[in-house]
Design a protein around this ligand. Structure first.
Ligand SMILES: [Zn+2]
Length: 113
């Protein structure tokens, strides 16, 4: 995943949504990302500053919400949410986990005028 491509996608989504709402400016673009999405928010902001020039998203700020990682324990069968630093089933302590999420990266909402 490369931030430049991702940022272009984010900008396309944001501009589409903004034109549907007849927005004049986009102030904030809120993103949700999993702990394993591999995206660096600072890079997205940097590219956005360049790519958004001359559009209604010029000067828009990126806000990132990190969503927890959901896993399914292969030993006890329970689903849980864990953090990246503590990868272990909270019910039985197993390390035998199947990752259900954590790589997502999406535009959650926009703040427009
Ligand atoms: Zn378990």
């Amino acid at each position: 995943m490369h931030e430049l491509t991702i940022t272009q996608n984010i900008l396309d989504i944001a501009l589409n949504a903004a034109s549907q709402q007849n927005a004049r400016f986009i102030h904030t673009i809120r993103l949700r990302m999993g702990p394993f999405s591999g995206v660096v928010p600072e890079c997205v902001q940097m590219y956005l500053d360049v790519l958004a020039k001359g559009t209604v998203a010029e000067g828009a700020k990126i806000e990132v919400t990190t969503v927890p990682l959901r896993v399914l324990c292969r030993d006890c069968g329970k689903e849980s949410e864990i953090t990246r630093t503590h990868i272990q089933c909270p019910y039985c302590g197993s390390l035998h986990l199947k990752r259900l999420s954590g790589r997502e990266f999406m535009v959650e909402s926009l703040e427009v005028d």
